[in-house]
Write a protein that binds this ligand. Structure first.
Ligand code: 9MR
Length: 355
């Protein structure tokens, strides 16, 4: 099988189904429904298994991000191999459906393959780290809009603003792994937008406020060091039972923008595990949290990139991780499990009118 044959094989019918029989650009009627700047995370398994998923992405989205395919375990079965086929199949899907694609994630404490963890000396770890980031970013040069370069660098419940997550990379490279990741990515693709990305900084709870302060401190430190950082990701895995810290978040985002950084909503969904009430009542609370989040972020300028982590309740990591005690399915995303829009989608529409 040639490389392209293999990509077509991996993608199965998903791309053509979503784009119409000709697999050319999406029809104008469909383009009119798209929410500018809106997108979703998708993985190839779900796209292959459920044509409605690709259809929904091509209906509502202008961008997408691979949920799994650009992470180390998928790309790097061993130290010598770069397996780009699955991510390439997603890129083909994006192109055939007039979507842009962003990249996630180059350096993370999580999802480090065993062969990497077995490297014991700092020079070997640095070589693998730089080789991975340099090779992957070069391969996708001019093809992606942005990269999550460093993902989740702040620990939960930080005690001081200088606290950093203790990662495999930190153990071998010290805190220098963060600037190194950005500099390596910038050298490989000088034009792609480079982002840092973090979760649990949106709500009005002490541990979230502390995490946001540590995130802010790290961002400031990186800018002071002249690190090529262009965008800040707010993952926005919201917890339905917690209020959004609208004032604190608006202040944070305003400050980031004043430093010349773009603010991206990268992984929005709402964990409704702890919500009581009927599906309609839960949907209303979920939508309100999203509205509060996007209102706060929009006070100092329009948010031009909003991605949800999945699109339909049928395919979401929340179902597995935060299953409800009453055994009801979770309702974390803009479309329900039958791909019908929920109030969450109305909120998305409101904030993506002329992005
Ligand atoms: O949704 C993703 C899940 O399917 C994967 O098993 C997991 C590990 O790769 O990552 C999940 O996505 C995470 C994202 O990469 C970073 N922020 C938190 C997301 C949810 O856990």
């Amino acid at each position: 099988m040639t490389k392209l044959d293999r990509r077509e094989f991996l993608l199965g019918g998903a791309a053509t189904l979503a784009a119409g029989a000709t697999a050319s650009a999406a029809p104008a009627s469909k383009l009119a429904q798209r929410r500018p700047g809106f997108g979703a995370a998708a993985n190839l398994w779900n796209l292959q298994a459920d044509p409605r998923f690709g259809e929904a992405i091509s209906t509502y989205c202008t961008q997408m991000v691979p949920e799994l395919e650009l992470k180390w375990p998928m790309l790097r079965p061993d130290a010598h191999t770069f397996a780009f086929e699955r991510a390439d199949a997603l890129l083909d899907f994006a192109r055939q459906n007039d979507l842009t694609m962003r990249g996630h994630a180059l350096a993370w404490y999580h999802d480090i393959p065993d062969w990497t963890k077995q490297i014991k000396d700092a020079r070997g770890v640095e070589r693998a780290f730089v080789d991975h980031i340099g090779t992957v970013v070069s391969y996708y040069k001019d093809k992606l809009t942005s990269w999550d370069v460093v993902n989740e660098p702040i620990p939960d419940n930080p005690k001081k603003v200088t606290d950093r997550r203790d990662t495999f990379w930190t153990q071998h490279l010290g805190n220098g792994w963060i600037p190194l990741a950005f500099r390596t990515a910038a050298a490989a693709d000088p034009l792609v937008k480079l982002a840092i990305n973090e979760y649990d900084i949106e709500s009005a709870k002490d541990s979230f406020i502390a995490k946001r302060a540590a995130y802010r401190h790290l961002i400031m430190e990186l800018l002071d060091q002249g690190v090529p950082l262009h965008a800040v990701g707010l993952q926005s895995h919201l917890h339905a039972e917690l209020e959004i810290d609208t004032h604190g978040l608006a202040e944070f985002v305003t400050e980031l923008r004043s430093w010349g950084l773009e603010v991206l909503v990268t992984e929005l969904d709402v964990d409704d595990q702890k919500l009581a009430g009927s599906p309609a009542e839960r949907d209303a609370i979920v939508a309100r949290r999203v509205d509060d989040l996007l209102t706060a972020i929009s006070t100092s300028g329009q948010v031009r990139s909003i991605l949800t982590w999945g699109l339909s309740d049928r395919h979401s990591w929340i179902n597995g991780t935060f299953a409800r005690a009453d055994k009801q399915p979770n309702r974390p995303l803009p479309l329900d499990s039958e791909f019908k829009p929920k109030p969450f989608m109305d909120v998305i529409s409101k904030f993506t009118k002329d992005a």
